[in-house]
Design a protein around this ligand. Sequence first.
Ligand code: NAD
Ligand code: MG
Length: 389
Amino acid sequence: MQRRVAVLGATGSIGASALDVIARHPDRLHATVLAAGRNVDALLALCERHRPRHAVVAHAGAYPALRDGLRGRGLATQAHCGDEALEALVAGEDCDTVVAAIVGAAGLPSTLAAARAGKRLLLANKESLVLAGELLMRAAREAGATVVPIDSEHNAIFQCLPDAQARAGLRRILLTASGGPFRGRRRDELGAVTPEQAIAHPKWSMGPKISVDSATLMNKGLEVIEAHHLFGVAGERIEVLVHPQSLVHSLVEFVDGSTLAQLGLPDMRTALAVGFAWPERIASGVAGLDLLAHGRLDFEPPDLDAFPCLRLAFAALAEGGTAPAVLNAANEAAVSAFLQRRIGFLAIPALVEDALAALPSTPATSLAALRDADARARRRVEQAVATHP
Ligand code: NAD
Ligand code: MG
C-alpha cells in the first residue's frame, strides 16, 4: 500500500525531515498535501519537487501568490488557504497519513481533524497535546487513529512500549533532556542572553520556538505533559534526566526492575521513518550509532532554580483543568516577545508563572473552555509585555 501523506508545517524543520524520508521511498510514500503558514516561495519549491495534489497556506494574503506561482510553474497542484480548507483536506480522501508539524496551538484544529478522521497521525505538534491532550487522545481512540509521537523522547518510549501488555507493567518513564545551550549556567548568568544564543542548540537543529523552549527547559516541561497524555502516566511517575550527548532518547522502567532505552543519533528522520512504517522499519537516511566513537553517556539532574519552566510545567500538570492550556499559551506569547527582543530571557518563566497565578484553573470540559483559557493567557502576557518598562 502506498501511503498518501499530508505534511502540515511542510516548510519547517520537521516538514523538511518528513519530506526527506518520503522522497527516499517513492514506492510506499507520496506527499499529497503540503501546508505552511505564509512562506509561499518555500512552499512552491516543495510543490515543484514533490508534486502534491494540494497546497495550503494559512494566511489569505498569501493565497494569490501561491495560486499564481503554481500556475506559472505549470503544476497541477490545487491552491487553498485557511483553517477550514486545511481541516477538510486532512479529513478527506486524499490522505491517509498526517504529519502534524505546525508549531504552536495554531496546529490544534488540523491535528484534531486528523484524529477525528481516524488517520495515522505522526504527531510532532506537542502544543496541541498540552492544550487539549484528553480531547485529542479520546478523539483518536474513538476514531481508531494510530498516533505515533514525533518527538524524539516520546518516539523512543513508543518504541519501548509497543502494546498495552507492556504498558501494564510500567513503573516509570525517564525522559532525557539535552539541557539546552545554557546547561550548567546559574540563574544569575542568564539575564542577558540573546535570542541568537538561545536558538543555537548544541545537538538538534529545530525551529526558533522549540529552540527557545529547549533553552528554558519549557520544552521538557511540555514533554512531561505530552508523555502523560500519550502513555497515560501520572506526573509523579515521570522523571527528567539531563543527558548532554542526546543519544539516549528516553527510557522506560518496568515493575520487574528492567529498564529499556532507545538510542540513536539526534536526527528526527528516525522518528519519522518509525511513524511512516510502524510496525515495519524503513531506511531514514540516518547512520547507525557508533558508541565507541562517542565514548560516554552522562546523566545529571535538571537545575530547577536556573530553569523554573520545568517546575511550572509539572505544577500545571498536577493542577490539571485549564492550567496546562494557560502554561502553553503564556509560554508561546512570552517566547514570541523574547524573539522580538521585547523582553529578556528570565521574563519568560516570570510571565508564565504570573499567568498561572492570575488565571486559576477551571475544569477543562470543552474545547471552548480550553480556547478561552488560551486566549486569556495570551492577552495577559501581551498586556504585561506592552506595559513593560
Ligand atoms: P518550524 O518553525 O521550523 O516550522 C513550523 C511550520 O509551521 C512551518 O512550516 C510554518 O510555515 C508552519 N506554520 C506556522 N504557523 C502556522 C499556522 N498558523 N498555520 C499553518 N502553518 C503554520 O518548527 P519545527 O521545529 O519544525 O517544529 C514544528 C512542531 O514540531 C512544533 O510543535 C515542535 O514543538 C515540534 N517538534 C519539533 C522538533 C524538531 O526537531 N524540530 C522535535 C520535536 C517536536
Ligand atoms: Mg523532544
